[in-house]
Design a protein around this ligand. Structure first.
Ligand SMILES: O=c1ccn([C@@H]2O[C@H](COP(=O)(O)OP(=O)(O)O[C@H]3O[C@H](CO)[C@@H](O)[C@H](O)[C@H]3O)[C@@H](O)[C@H]2O)c(=O)[nH]1
Ligand SMILES: [Mn+2]
Length: 860
């Protein structure tokens, strides 16, 4: 702990921050002394991290690598996995490949089964498992970690005289409506963006509201008012994270500056103001209602803005042109583009604010956007909203880089924009980098992560692996894009004089937009004036009709007609020869919320797996798509798009124990013992390989195990359903509905994880339930058979029975989280399961025995 400790004040307020990163450009106050201690800390961390990773030497030599006679300033470093982990890891993969091949040969040679069609099916299944394992495994053999160098970036972009050459960033936030997506999350997201540590005049924030709701707009206005306090406060004390809800949740938070008293007073004041903001936002629907009612005595049923004018979006009493899915486009600049020079705040006492006399109080530009909606158009959900933002921002700020967030995510580390920019400006690959993806991290997940919400195997393992190839896939949120890559022009493979040729009409025919494209990413010094012409031009690019007969949604912008627009959009960039980068920093760059309720979670992965299949059956099929994909990247995408098919075989396997119900003995494959031992061995090998993956991916055994479990649950519910949907789509042409993932709405405020225990029966759970019941039944029947045949089993029969039971228990262990879910609230005490299950075995066993004797008695 630091020498200066915090004073107790309504809990612990924390300690002065000793480990603050540069504050480049925004704050003008004294930097905290990051001195020796920070360095020591850094070193200590490095040592620990380097256990499995080692630097790839990248200091370039040779003339071509010199920049004005200086060696290139590298903005990130690459690391690879140490040999002592990597080599055995690869060896094991190879060994398993051999084992799997031998296994197939053995099975084909011994086509000896009691039920030959089942045998044939299981061979097909095994071949598919082997194949899909290979697709999943091969791209993982040379992972690379890339570490941004913030100091180098500062050296490159900070001119030292107060000016800087940081590139502009347009930040997009999307919200669908204020009911399904709590406004408070969205406003926290916005506040974290406004307070990010990045030059203020280079940061513009756009909120897209697909509902056109006045509450959202007014909440944004209130938030902007609060931001004039919040943002300078963050700058003054270098606090983290800069989303107030998360910040005030933590009792002891470090801060910069030495005066404890000042900090406590300011902290208390800001906290109070934040609580006021929350109240105001909560009251907004009522406020608006009352206001409108007061006016409406004389007028129609309009919903009115503060100034008494009619809100162009949806109304409380919906009417034609003012209802969900049918309203005009709206753009409102809530905070204007700031000046290029710092603007210091006022000293204490003035204007009922804090002492910001040494702090830059400018705010980034903040814009409210709601695209036009009309019932006769398909609005393409999130992708449509993103494309509108892309055009609106081109007219207003036109930054070369774009970063987007779902409204329930926020910036957790104020350095994260800088981290992403490191990759974009790097002299080696920067120009060819289309996007920088950060892992998704979640706040609201239950401690044991029952339904694998953290998904670390994917976010850490798979993404690091792809980072060693062409780059990670785009995951929809927390990702920085290069504007021109979204436009689909000037890609690394089609660069040059005619590379950027713009086919007529592909971008639509807004003159202003096309003009912004003459030098895409050339920042706008001043936004177009919001006079009549400006507003007309903006409305034009936000209209429903704008995209008709253009390339939007296909060759330009976010891709349409698919449930996972993110994977598809990233794929298009990779196809065009772009690379991408995966960036993890500590503390986590961004955080968000995840659905911890089983049903919601399954619906989410159903959408993802459905989207994957849609991609497979589209012109973007990874196997056939032409373009410049790295061959292994192609394999990775193939894996990403066909994995749901595996589930069909898993369901069949999971139901195999039904055979126990038949009198007599049936074997899928003879000799059975050898078969089962083979199967156990190849499953075991996957897990030994997993041990190595856990090490280099820096995850825990529990993450790995949860991933296995949740794959099984998904593979028996969501995935087969996605396959079904896909078949229906192929036949009827109707796609999967993009349903908004629930954002924790449980009413029980006493229990943070109440959602975890909410369970309802939905059809997609049928196969999972069946498999669970069948396996419980199988164990029960086995018990019954033991009772009946009391001692009559041969050792071989015994052995076979035990091997069969190993399978049942394995399936049940995988489905364990599902079993807990079925218990609902009682699932809080998992011990119940360990009473209920054995009891069911006995009940089934005894019933089986009883039926058996009953039948014998009556047939004799
Ligand atoms: O008509 C719509 C529907 C959704 N959204 C926004 O889209 C985002 C993502 O929707 P959500 O329901 O939260 O989806 P998730 O399942 O949590 O999202 C993951 O998966 C999606 C599909 O792959 C990606 O788009 C997301 O970025 C990724 O976080 C949210 O900000 C929504 O506000 C809109 O703007 N308009
Ligand atoms: Mn989400």
């Amino acid at each position: 702990m630091s020498p200066v400790t915090a004073v107790d004040n309504a809990g612990k307020l924390g300690e002065p921050l000793l480990l603050a990163n540069g504050n480049g450009g925004t704050a003008v106050h004294d930097q905290p002394k990051a001195g020796a201690m920070a360095k020591a800390n850094g070193l200590k961390k490095k040592k620990k991290k380097n256990k499995y990773w080692v630097d790839i030497d990248q200091q370039p030599a040779g003339d071509e690598d010199l920049e004005d006679g200086q060696p290139l300033l590298l903005l990130f470093r690459n690391k690879k996995v140490k040999r002592r982990i990597l080599y055995p890891y690869r060896m094991l993969i190879f060994a398993r490949l051999i084992a799997v091949i031998l296994f197939f040969i053995w099975r084909l040679k011994n086509n000896n089964s009691d039920i030959i069609w089942l045998w044939a099916m299981s061979v097909a299944g095994d071949i598919w498992f082997g194949f899909s394992w290979l697709l999943n495994q091969l791209p993982k053999v040379s992972p690379v970690k890339s570490i941004p160098d913030l100091d180098a970036l500062k050296q490159k972009c900070d001119m030292g005289d107060g000016t800087s050459s940081f590139p502009g960033i347009d930040v997009f936030v999307t919200t669908a409506n204020p009911v399904d997506e709590p406004i408070l999350y969205t406003m926290n997201c916005i506040l974290s963006i406004l307070a990010v540590d990045y030059p203020v005049d280079k940061n513009s924030c756009y909120l897209s509201d697909d509902a056109g709701a006045l509450v959202t707009y007014e909440a944004l206005v209130e938030t902007a008012k609060f931001a004039t306090l919040w943002v300078p406060f963050c700058r003054k004390y270098c606090v983290e994270p800069r989303a107030p809800e998360s910040y005030f949740e933590v009792k002891a938070t470090p801060y910069a500056g030495s005066s404890v008293e000042d900090f406590i007073i300011d902290h208390r004041y800001v906290h109070r103001k934040y609580e006021e903001l929350k109240m105001t936002i909560e009251m907004l629907p009522e406020t608006i209602h009352e206001r409108s009612n007061a006016y409406n005595i004389m007028h129609m049923n309009a919903t009115l803005m503060e100034d008494g004018t009619q809100w162009p979006g949806t109304w409380i009493d919906p009417t034609e042109n003012h209802k969900k899915g049918h309203h005009a486009s709206i753009v409102q600049i809530v905070v204007n583009k700031p000046s290029h020079t710092p603007h210091l705040g006022l000293p204490v006492g003035a204007n009922d604010t804090l002492d910001f006399s040494t702090i830059d109080v400018r705010l980034p530009m903040l814009v409210y956007v709601s695209r036009e909606k009309h019932p006769s158009y398909d609005h393409q959900k999130k992708a449509g909203a993103m494309n509108t933002q892309l055009r609106v921002s081109a007219l207003l700020s036109n930054a070369p880089f774009i970063i987007n967030f779902d409204c329930d995510h926020y910036i957790n580390n104020s350095q994260s924009f800088r981290a992403a920019v490191c990759f974009m400006l790097d002299p080696r690959e920067g120009e060819n980098t289309a996007f920088v993806q950060f892992p998704q991290r979640f706040d609201n997940v239950d401690p044991t992560d029952r339904y694998c919400n953290h998904n670390r195997v994917f976010f850490d393992g798979t993404m690091l692996a792809l980072n060693g190839l062409q780059g990670p896939s785009y995951l929809g949120t927390g990702c920085m894009f290069r504007r021109i890559a979204l436009y689909g022009i000037d890609s690394p493979r089609w660069r040059g004089p005619d590379g950027g040729t713009i086919r007529a009409n592909i971008f639509g025919n807004s003159k202003s937009f096309l003009h912004s494209m003459v030098s895409p990413g050339q920042e706008k010094e001043m936004p177009i004036k919001l006079n009549e012409i400006g507003i007309f031009e903006l409305a034009d690019v936000m209209s429903c009709a704008y995209e008709v007969c253009t390339g939007w949604g296909k060759d330009v912008g976010w891709i349409y007609n698919i449930a996972t627009e993110d994977i598809a959009t990233g794929f298009r960039a990779h196809r065009q020869g772009w690379c991408s980068k995966f960036c993890t920093i500590k503390p986590d760059a961004f955080r968000g919320t995840a659905p911890i309720n089983l049903i919601e979670r399954l619906l989410q992965i159903m959408r993802w797996s459905g989207g994957s299949l849609e991609l497979f059956f589209s012109h973007n099929n990874p196997l056939l798509a032409r373009g410049w994909l790295h061959p292994m990247q192609r394999v990775a995408y193939l894996n990403m798009t066909i994995y749901p098919i595996t589930s069909l075989f898993i369901v069949v396997y999971g139901l195999c124990p039904l055979m126990w119900l038949l009198p007599g003995e049936f074997y899928i494959q003879r000799p059975f013992t050898r078969y089962v031992l083979y199967v156990i061995m190849i499953i075991l090998m996957v897990h030994i390989i997993g041990v190595f993956e856990i090490k280099w991916a820096g995850i825990t055994w529990m993450d790995w195990w949860r991933n296995e479990q949740f794959f099984m649950i998904g593979a028996t519910s969501a995935y087969p359903n996605a396959v079904l949907y896909m078949l229906v789509k192929l036949v009827t042409g109707k796609g999967i509905q993009f349903r908004i993932t629930s954002k924790q709405t449980s009413a029980d405020t006493n229990d943070k994880f109440a959602d975890l225990y909410v369970f309802r029966w939905v059809p997609i759970l049928i196969p999972t339930t069946l498999i669970f019941v069948v396996n419980v039944g199988a164990i029960g029947v086995a018990l019954g058979k033991v009772i009946i045949l009391n001692g009559a089993w041969t050792t071989v029969q015994m052995r076979h029975a035990i091997l069969g039971l190993v399978f049942n228990i394995w399936v049940m262990a995988l489905l364990y989280p599902f079993a807990l879910a079925m218990l609902g609230k009682r699932g809080k005490r998992p011990i119940i399961l360990f009473i209920v299950l054995p009891l069911s075995f006995v009940v089934v066993g005894v019933s089986y025995g009883a039926v058996h004797y009953f039948l014998i008695y009556f047939t004799l």
